[in-house]
Design a protein around this ligand. Structure first.
Ligand code: HEM
Length: 196
């Protein structure tokens, strides 16, 4: 499944950490800044019953929420997920990102961009008209159409070091590469506008 939730305490991905949801009110995970209003105002407390309703049809249960997930149709598959989440909250199941026994959710292993390979380390990035020219720690040069290059930030412990952006994704040869910076302010200082 996609990289959406971790069951590690405090680790928020697309969705909030699910480490401590049991018997807790919806929308209160500490440090998660992306809750929708409907979820926060829902007055739901998470337990067997409410999680079953939520997972059967998120949009039906809390209309307008921002979890883009169709739900789990199979009732016994829902029960497995719910039992797992209860065990995580009671600290009876290992809680790691994506640690899941095949059930869910989140990346199986998040790569630490501070330890990126040389050919993923970006040593310079220039922009000329519609093209980025990117050089890596291995000395290779890549020309990328500006519309195919995503500029991202990762301020988490897995993000790159300041001043040391990293290229990720399958894309360097074709389309869709991403360069990940540690903060937004770095993006415009790192990228030089030049056609030389
Ligand atoms: C079996 C799969 C999943 C389970 C068990 C699950 C469970 C949950 C729960 C319990 C919450 C409420 C958390 C809270 O109140 O703090 C939640 C929220 C959320 N989840 Fe999931 N989720 C699943 C799949 C996904 C997927 C695939 C995505 C990403 C596409 C996702 C993204 C989110 C987001 C963004 C929220 C916040 C929603 C809002 O504020 O409206 N979840 N999820």
């Amino acid at each position: 499944m996609r990289a959406c939730h971790s069951t590690k305490s405090g680790e928020h991905l697309t969705g909030p950490s699910l480490a401590h949801i049991w018997d807790q009110k919806a929308g209160i995970a500490k440090g998660f800044l992306r809750y929708s209003e409907p979820l926060q105002k829902s007055r739901v407390t998470w337990n067997e019953k409410t999680l079953d309703q939520w997972l059967a049809g998120p949009e039906r249960f809390i209309p307008g929420n921002s979890m883009t997930f169709p739900g789990i149709q199979n009732a016994s598959a829902r029960q497995d997920v719910i039992a797992y989440l209860k065990a995580v909250s009671e600290q009876k199941a290992p809680s790691a990102s994506g640690q899941s026994g095949g059930m869910m959710m989140g990346r199986s292993e998040r790569t630490n961009l501070k330890k990126a390979e040389l050919d993923a380390q970006v040593t310079s990035l220039t922009h000329c008209r519609d093209t980025y020219t990117l050089k890596t720690g291995k000395g290779s040069t890549h020309k990328i159409w500006e519309f195919n290059l995503r500029l991202k930030t990762d301020s988490s412990e897995y993000g790159p070091s300041p001043g040391k952006p990293v290229i990720t994704g399958s894309g360097m040869m074709g389309d869709r590469a991403s360069v990940v910076f540690t903060s937004p302010s770095e993006i415009s200082t790192f990228i030089k506008e030049t056609c030389n």
